[in-house]
Design a protein around this ligand. Structure first.
Ligand SMILES: Cc1cc2nc3c(=O)[nH]c(=O)nc-3n(C[C@H](O)[C@H](O)[C@H](O)COP(=O)(O)O)c2cc1C
Length: 191
């Protein structure tokens, strides 16, 4: 069976960010699943301009006015499913993440998306908002999520494996749901 291509999106580009630690932990755990083909999609490597187009990409697609956006859209288009690793900023999600979502439309459509978040409420408020955004992009948000509490964040900065071990116990069921939905949704996209 063809592998399910899963992009793990690092949702923070901030200097000294934490997001990279759980993103690498999740990608590493996922890469042990034989049915998954994993790629880290680091928004630092995709310094997209601030969205400035006259029309939404849901109304008018490519050619995008920037080569980088065109390549980012192609990268999104390659994936069958997404995992977003997101902090919570001011009880919401980071602007850099929303900007990345806004630039693309068709390439997100009919693909499952799962969220791994962290913060003083395990990033729950950011995840709830991200789910709403995802629906408008015709992404399919999955019910399971991984919420990393603050003490685990502090510990993981010193020792990722120890700090993320408890949260990591939620990953098998999280991956199961994401992969199952990716399989079901593929035919809908004609893939
Ligand atoms: C602009 C800003 C707003 C923040 N707001 C929240 C918040 O609402 N809730 C929360 O739990 N943490 C909040 N924090 C703390 C972040 O959870 C913490 O800095 C975390 O490390 C950010 O993720 P990052 O390091 O991957 O960027 C905020 C941090 C920043 C920089």
């Amino acid at each position: 069976m063809e592998p399910i291509k899963i992009a793990v999106i690092i949702g923070s580009t901030r200097e000294g960010r934490f997001s990279e630690i759980p993103a690498r932990y999740v990608a590493d755990a996922l890469s042990k699943r034989p049915e998954a083909q994993v790629e880290l999609l680091d928004l630092r490597e995709w310094p997209l301009p601030f969205f400035d187009q006259p029309v939404s990409p849901s109304m008018k697609r490519a050619p995008y006015p920037h080569d980088l956006v065109e390549r980012f859209a192609a990268k999104v288009g390659e994936a069958d499913a997404f995992i977003v690793v997101s902090p919570e900023y001011d009880h919401g999600y980071p602007a850099v993440l929303k900007n990345a979502f806004d630039w693309v439309f068709k390439e997100w459509n009919h693909k499952p998306i799962g969220f791994v978040a962290y913060g003083n409420a395990g990033g729950a408020r950011a995840v709830e908002q991200l789910r709403l955004v995802a629906v408008e992009l015709a992404l399919v948000p999955i019910r399971p999520a991984v919420h990393i509490p603050w003490d685990a964040v502090t510990k993981a900065k010193e020792d990722p494996a120890a700090g993320l071990a408890a949260s990591g116990e939620r990953l098998p069921a999280f991956f199961d749901e994401l992969i199952a939905l990716a399989r079901v949704l593929r035919p809908l996209r004609g893939a």
